[in-house]
Design a protein around this ligand. Structure first.
Ligand code: GDP
Length: 297
């Protein structure tokens, strides 16, 4: 993840740290290169601009050019600006699941990794927090998706709501709620249907489910490899349905990292988790410090 951005930036910073004394022009031209690297990584223009301004302000305030190790000073300022840009929530991994049974609504486009992420999070809640979780698939258009969740449930030892043919998503959500209450579950997760594009029906269905379930968390799963598109998808879902956080998947791939950097700044929504592979353990809490470290190599 972030390979290209990381390569570009480390090139710029290598030169800076080797250089010793820096003039204001050196810093300026380095920041121009940083800006280009950000844009190439598909970071949105206003976010890149804002980021550079933040670094510039930091560099001026801290009199980089007079410091003993000016190059390292710049790297530190860039690091801090990255952390600031990425930070969206004090405790991204903490899901609001008090008052059992707590509903968690999972939304996103088809193929984003929604079903996989639902199961990964259920496993985490079970193993790390000792929660009893019930998962339900609401994807009535794709029986294979319902089967997939059931298979993952068996694999990770988490219950899934039995599949009843012919039921609509709202009815399934109601049944999940009843079952979660009767069965003494702490959390029930609703894996809504995805589609290839955002359309009226997708939104109407997710909104109807939201209205009956009244979710404590609505997590949007987006493919981190899709860069700026991921941010656009998030903006639209948030406008139409309201989300409490974003899960960026495929961050193990060679995406350019722009989605992570732009997400909070553009949508105002925090990234809560990142998906790092197909396995059930391949998920991490989103940690700005760690991501900034990876970007800077
Ligand atoms: P859905 O249609 O949104 O429910 O997507 P799925 O959960 O079925 O995932 C689609 C494909 O992406 C599956 O093959 C998953 O194993 C894979 N996938 C999901 N998350 C990740 C991830 O973080 N990294 C990688 N490499 N693959 C993932």
């Amino acid at each position: 993840m972030f390979e290209s951005l990381s390569d570009r930036l480390s090139g710029v910073f290598d030169r800076l740290t080797k250089q010793g004394a820096l003039s204001e022009d050196d810093v300026k031209s380095a920041l121009r290169e940083v800006r280009v690297a950000l844009l190439e990584a598909d970071v949105s223009l206003p976010v890149a601009r804002d980021f550079i301004k933040r670094v510039q302000d930091g560099a001026t305030g801290q009199a980089v050019t007079k410091s003993v190790t000016p190059g390292q000073q710049v790297v530190k300022i860039v690091h801090d600006a990255l952390v600031e840009t990425l930070t969206g929530s004090d405790d991204p991994g903490k899901l609001k699941i008090d008052n059992p049974p707590a509903p968690i609504l999972m939304v996103g486009l088809q193929g984003s990794g929604k079903t996989t992420t639902t199961a990964k999070l259920a496993k985490r809640l079970k193993e790390r927090e000792g929660k009893r979780v019930l998962m339900a698939s609401l994807d009535v258009n794709r029986p294979a998706a319902m089967e997939q969740l059931a298979i993952l449930g068996t694999q990770i030892g988490v219950d899934t709501l039995p599949i009843v043919k012919g039921e609509d998503p709202v009815a399934i959500a109601k049944r999940a709620k009843t079952q979660a209450g009767l069965g003494g579950y702490d959390v029930y997760m609703l894996d809504t249907a995805g589609r290839l594009h955002i359309d009226q029906e997708l939104i109407a269905q997710a909104a109807a489910v939201r209205d009956v379930a009244n979710p404590r968390e609505t997590l949007l799963v987006v493919d981190g490899l899709t860069g700026q598109d991921a941010v656009n998808v998030a903006t639209e879902f948030d406008d139409k349905i309201g989300v409490t956080g974003v899960v960026l998947t495929r961050m193990d791939g060679d995406g350019r990292g722009g989605a992570a950097l732009s997400m909070r700044a553009v949508t105002g929504k925090p990234i809560r988790f990142v998906g790092l592979g197909e396995k059930m353990d391949a998920i991490e809490t989103f940690e700005p410090e760690r991501i900034a470290g990876r970007i800077l190599g």
